[in-house]
Design a protein. Structure first.
Lengths: 319, 170, 498
């Protein structure tokens, strides 16, 4: 009887190893905490084809939108840490939520980072009819008449808001910040010339920049990887004396407690997928070359961005 | 106006129900003034001249006024109607008359809630088939062979549609 | 433009593309007819399925689904009173009473004719006036959208069969429910009681499924004993003739006009247009008291408007990269996935696909008409089965529809709660459709009013800055005045009758 029990226990323990060794055996579900059709969702869908090939199993995207992205994050937090449920969202989207709202998670501690796949800075656009050639020009004009010029952003407490407040704080710009309900609404307002400047994640609206309808007048980080050479040397915030890098890196997270060897396998798959020709082609069409971060590099990036957010929040933003 | 006793009773009971629902709405509209989360946020007026509380409190105010008008007119109708009416007697009568309908309604809601609660835990196809059978039975079907066949087919079809085709994470 | 379109049609007539368009439309009709399932849901599934195809066939499939669901949602609205889409809720107001009177074939037939006509009209307007339609999408600022939504809300008396007071109470409750969650402008939580689940508000699909799915089932259980009025051993389904439909020119011209124009306004399109059409046709009808009791014009107007929005949503999507609704937003994502760049340059860089899609939009309408006309008998047969068989399936589909909105179970509980709530309200004479109207339009009104004022620096005169806005305010004032007058005269009449 004892032998039998020991035998069964041995079998189960080896089976456990067999299970891990065989990962992945079934479809992997990637949760995107935004509606289908948005920026993060489009990047995710562009990525999963390559990811699926690298992993050798189906990868399915599930949109769990709501709570400005928090519902999807919480759903992944509560999922089994077996490597079959992952989160794909933007670094600063996660940080924004945990910095500015009471959330049951924080960006660096509540989930395991797996890796980053697509980094883009937040840039500042203006309609050509406004005639602005540079961000300094707009800031000077706004300083002269504070509260008259409108800075459109895609939503409160996100990366756009941080950049706008950095300008108002460090440069005393005096912009009137108007928060639109998401990237699509801000896009429309910008094309319709309803705002003086538009603060949005690159490479959204790149098409319109290429067509000459909009001008890129500033950026929160280097644009050297954007697929449109005339704007690659745009002055960054740092060049202007604002000590902040603002952008977003889309990456993947797994629930806390996911075994190390599964994370390592995932890192391998994601590295392969992020560097694949397929994703590069998608990235270039979207407007920005992909960039891969390992899980620890991604975590470092998150901590850095968290520092920027907390700093600007503490100095310039109301509750 | 010549109404029968039953009609008078029903008219009065309708008014009682109207008054009850009126009070329910009043609780909602007045409750809104407390539940809009004043503690958590500054009431700074934004650059639009409004803040986060302007719109819901405006609606709540309008709703309060409308509900008060509704309650007043209902009360007026109630008191001007015939006096011989006993609410509890009516309630008992109504339950007796419509026992099976009330039972069906309440149990539909219960079955639905239980279905939703355990949906993630048990096999979808099995649970859906069992649910279908239970509801067929509740709705007084007794053709068991047909019920079982349709339940199994329904469970299978639902699985194919929602889990396989639409890839819902059940 | 003309050559481009001809080329587009030529591409569409390739057998494979034609087949996919047909299948997509068929799928759309089915998906729309099932209560709880919606067009965005089906289109999202098609994204990975069509990934390996060329761009045009992939997008044609999606367009087929998009057009098909617009009519499909009305089938379940008419036959079961459980609309698949908010726009279908309007059709149910008169469609379902018609079905109850044994005129289900007529109702479905009118809906099919109207949808086809609406689709064709908006297509013609869209392709001949692309700059005009794009202009509407671009120039309609937040103030305009807010005013359109207020107009829709004020039409509420069109839906209250009796007490105007109850109608307005229902709308206010809907407005309050719609304000639950994070405020879109300041990102502050309201009425959430600390719940994370309510942060993004009451899930809209859950509200629809609860108020129109569960509430209807709970309520119509009382009809279970009586066999369906539609059932006779042998019966002939009467379909309307083309002439019958053409005679109702007032209804379809208003619907077509509103749908084509308002459809181009992003965010408020289909829902606003259907209700505005219904309300306008009712208010100007010779016998408004027939509306809500089975008046065919009450089916023709919203159905025409519903499909007439397709041209209006597609053109800004293709010419500006601005989505008009959730389905077109997903199609924009699909364009990226297929290596195209939606935006102002798409008409040049992706001309073949753009013209192919425009041609496909018209052909999808034709397929929709053919399939629907052929399928009416089938649908009537299936949906006239005894309620004890249908209702359990409605419950399942509605539950899954609510689940699929956020891929979690919270919306299902909300739907059940709202189902009970909606049932109680309907029993007491508060039309549930007013709550839905409030839930949909409330957030649109608040968000757009606030952003409009922020952009105008709290200057309320922005609402009378342009002549369309002045016109809309004039209409709103007239409507309110009219409704109060009608309400008072109704009250006087009922007092006199006692």
């Amino acid at each position: 009887m004892r032998t039998l029990i020991l035998g069964v226990l041995f079998l189960f323990s080896t089976l456990g190893n067999v299970v891990f060794a065989a990962y992945p055996e079934q479809a992997i579900r990637v949760i995107v905490p935004y509606k289908a059709g948005g920026g993060t969702d489009s990047i995710a869908r562009g990525f999963v084809g390559a990811f699926s090939k690298a992993a050798g199993v189906d990868v399915v995207i599930t949109n769990v939108n709501g709570g400005a992205g928090s519902k999807g994050i919480i759903q992944v937090m509560k999922s089994k840490p077996d490597g079959y449920t992952l989160l794909l969202t933007g670094s600063t989207d996660m940080i924004g939520l945990s910095t500015f709202r009471k959330m049951p998670f924080n960006s660096s501690g509540s989930l395991e980072t797996v890796g980053g796949i697509y980094t883009t800075p937040t840039y500042v656009l203006a309609h050509k009819d406004r005639g602005y050639k540079s961000l300094e020009e707009v800031i000077a004009k706004s300083k002269a008449n504070p509260g008259t010029l409108i800075a459109g952003i895609g939503g409160k407490f996100g990366a756009h808001d941080v950049l706008a407040n950095a300008l108002n704080g460090y440069k005393d710009a005096g912009f009137r910040i108007v928060a639109y309900d998401g990237g699509a609404a801000l896009k429309k307002a910008t094309i319709a010339n309803e705002v003086d400047i538009c603060i949005i994640h690159s490479p959204v609206l790149l098409n319109e920049v290429k067509a000459g309808l909009l001008n890129v007048i500033g950026t929160g980080g280097s644009l050297e990887n954007i697929t449109y050479s005339p704007i690659q040397k745009t002055k960054t915030l740092r060049d202007m004396g604002v000590p902040a890098d603002v952008g977003v890196t889309r990456g993947l997270w797994a629930p806390k407690g996911t075994p190390k060897d599964i994370i390592e396998k995932l890192e391998k798959f994601i590295a392969e997928a992020a560097n694949s020709d397929e994703f590069k082609k998608f990235g270039n069409n979207f407007g920005f070359a992909p960039k891969y971060y390992t899980s620890s590099q991604f975590l470092d990036l998150l901590n850095l961005e968290q520092g920027v957010y907390s700093d600007i929040k503490g100095k310039f933003m109301s509750k | 106006m010549l109404l029968s006793d039953k009609e008078k009773r029903e008219k009065k009971s309708d008014l009682v129900k109207d008054i009850l629902i009126g009070f329910f709405f009043l609780i909602i509209s007045v409750g809104a003034f407390f539940a809009y989360n004043p503690a958590d946020a500054p009431l700074d007026v934004g650059t639009d001249g409004m803040n986060f509380a302007t719109y819901p409190l405006g609606v709540a105010s309008l709703l309060t006024i409308l509900v008060l008008i509704y309650l007043i007119t209902s009360f007026k109708k109630f008191f001007s109607a015939q006096q011989d009416y006993n609410f509890f007697k009516y309630l008992n009568q109504s339950i007796q008359d419509n026992k099976s309908l009330y039972f069906k309604r309440i149990l539909t809601v219960i079955l639905l809630t239980v279905y939703a609660l355990i949906l993630g835990e048990i096999n979808f196809m099995l649970l859906t088939s069992v649910f279908l059978f239970a509801v067929f039975y509740l709705y007084e079907r007794r053709d068991y062979f047909f019920m079982i066949t349709l339940s199994l087919l329904g469970g299978g079809f639902s699985y194919a549609l929602f889990v396989y085709f639409l890839k819902l994470p059940i | 433009m003309f050559e481009g379109l001809l080329g587009g049609f030529a591409n569409c007539f390739e057998p494979f593309n034609l087949l996919l368009l047909f299948l997509g439309t068929f799928l759309g009709l089915l998906v729309g007819a099932l209560p709880g399932l919606s067009s965005p849901m089906a289109i999202i599934i098609l994204l990975p399925v069509t990934y390996s195809l060329e761009p045009l066939p992939a997008l044609l499939t999606m367009i087929g689904v998009y057009v098909g669901t617009k009519l499909g949602g009305s089938f379940s609205a008419i036959l079961l009173r459980t609309p698949g889409t908010p726009a279908g809720a309007c059709t149910a107001l008169d469609g379902f009473p018609m079905a109850e009177k044994g005129q289900s074939g007529l109702a479905l037939g009118y809906a099919t004719y109207a949808s086809f006509f609406g689709g064709v009209t908006s297509w013609i307007i869209a392709v001949t006036c692309i700059p005009f339609i794009s202009g509407i999408a671009l120039k309609s600022s937040n103030a305009d959208i807010a005013l359109i939504a207020i107009m829709g809300l004020v039409m509420v008396s069109a839906f209250t069969r009796g007490s105007m007071l109850k109608g307005f109470i229902g709308v206010c409750i809907g407005l309050l429910i719609g304000s639950i969650g994070m405020d879109r402008t300041d990102a502050i939580e309201r009425f959430t009681f600390g719940s994370i689940d309510l942060l993004s508000g009451v899930p809209f699909a859950a509200a629809l499924v609860g108020l129109f799915g569960f509430a209807v089932v709970i309520s119509d259980l009382s009809l279970m004993k009586s066999s369906s009025e539609l059932v006779t051993t042998k019966f002939k389904i009467e379909l309307p003739s083309t002439l019958d439909f053409l005679k109702r020119w007032r209804a379809w011209s208003v619907g077509g006009f509103f749908g084509s124009i308002i459809g181009a306004v992003p965010g408020v399109g289909a829902d606003g247009a259907t209700w505005l059409s219904y309300g306008t046709v009712k208010n100007n009808s010779k016998n408004p008291e027939n509306f809500g009791k089975g008046e065919p014009d009450g089916v023709v107007a919203p159905e025409t408007a519903n499909n007439a929005t397709t041209g209006g949503t597609m053109v800004p999507m293709l010419t500006l990269g601005i989505p008009g609704d959730a389905s077109t937003a997903i199609m924009i994502g699909a364009l990226y996935l297929h290596g195209l760049q939606p935006g102002v340059t798409l008409m040049k860089t992706g001309a073949e696909v753009v013209y192919g899609m425009l041609a496909g939009l018209l052909l999808a309408g034709v397929f929709m008409f053919i399939i629907a006309m052929g399928a009416i008998r089938f649908f009537v047969y299936v949906l006239r089965q005894h309620r004890s068989i249908l209702f359990p399936f409605v419950l399942i589909f509605a539950t899954m529809g609510a689940f699929a909105s956020y891929n979690e179970f919270f919306p299902v509980y909300v739907a059940i709660f709202l189902g009970v709530f909606g049932f109680i309200m309907e029993e007491r004479g508060f039309p549930v459709v007013t709550i839905v109207l409030g839930v949909i339009l409330g957030p649109i009104i608040e968000y757009n009013t606030r952003v409009a004022l922020q952009v105008a620096n709290a200057d309320w005169t922005t609402f009378i800055d342009t002549w369309p806005r002045i016109l809309m305010i004039g209409i709103i004032v007239f409507l309110v005045f009219n409704e109060v007058k009608q309400g008072l005269s109704r009250q006087k009449l009922s007092k006199q009758n006692i």
